[in-house]
Design a protein around this ligand. Structure first.
Ligand SMILES: [Zn+2]
Ligand SMILES: [Zn+2]
Length: 159
């Protein structure tokens, strides 16, 4: 293989990897309707909480997402992908960020799943990773199961 074909092969390889790993930014909004308070009889204002949420990383970095209850926002941890060749790192001047160590694991007795807890990059408090959009159903503001993608807004791919 010549140097040139090697370079081309490398780029094709990385672009393919990026296409698989590329993240997506979703504009999400709580669709909970107005609800009448049984006690007071007053109609509460609809929640309407909205936020951009990004799932997945980019070509050179991997990223996880979660919601921090202390910071009251979606938070992210990212690190440099492990499979980037040294030559590429030097050429693209990539500053290597190591994968952050999780705070720990908890076992969920209801589902039998082991959940990994990470430290919030801002307050260092615990947050649970949200792996994909399907795992984000409840609104972080009102806790109702109506947190969906706002289809009136565009989805953005990141790399
Ligand atoms: Zn936080
Ligand atoms: Zn809500």
């Amino acid at each position: 293989m010549t140097r040139r074909t090697f370079a081309v092969a490398l780029i094709v390889c990385l672009v393919t990897a990026a296409a698989i790993h590329a993240g997506t930014v979703f504009n999400m909004k709580c669709q909970a309707k107005r609800a009448k308070d049984a006690g007071t009889g007053k109609t509460a204002r609809p929640c309407g909480y909205e936020s951009q949420v990004t799932f997945g990383g980019g070509m050179f970095f991997d990223q996880i997402c979660g919601y921090c209850r202390v910071c009251k926002k979606f938070v992210y941890l990212n690190w440099t992908r492990a499979n980037i060749p040294q030559e590429m790192k030097a050429r693209m001047r990539i500053k290597v960020t190591p994968r952050p160590k999780p705070l720990g694991e908890v076992w969920d007795s209801r589902t039998g799943k082991v959940l990994t807890i990470h430290a919030c990059p801002h307050c260092k408090g615990p947050f649970l990773e949200i792996k994909k959009r399907d795992e984000l159903k409840h609104c972080p503001a009102c806790n109702k199961p109506h947190f969906v993608v706002d289809e009136s807004k565009p989805r953005i791919a990141v790399d």
